[in-house]
Write a protein that binds this ligand. Sequence first.
Ligand code: FES
Length: 119
Amino acid sequence: MEWARFSKEAAFITRQAMVKYIYGVPIAVYRTVEGLKAYIAICPHKYHVICVRELVNGRYIMCQGHGELFKSTTGEPEGKFTRESLRPVELKVENGTVYVARPSDDVLKWAKRISGVDG
Ligand code: FES
């Protein structure tokens, strides 16, 4: 499995979220009540890039597009605008550094197509 460095784990002491382009797509890491979680930072509703620094009530990722709320621990939506979950990305922490795994080719293709990076 291919891994890319995301940030220092200590950065999440003061932040709840961080978004970076890695593997050509936006990936977000969130400090949740169940530890760090990573997702492709594209809303499955109308494909806005989700770029937030704070979780709503410390638990929900809010898309700025139309306001859908996703559970930060699972990526599941509340269901007001979409029934699709955020696409998870594997992560690991080694020696105080957060790494994210390369998503599958299908997920990368989907993310690049809808975010306009490819074609
Ligand atoms: S694009 Fe995210 S809620 Fe519509």
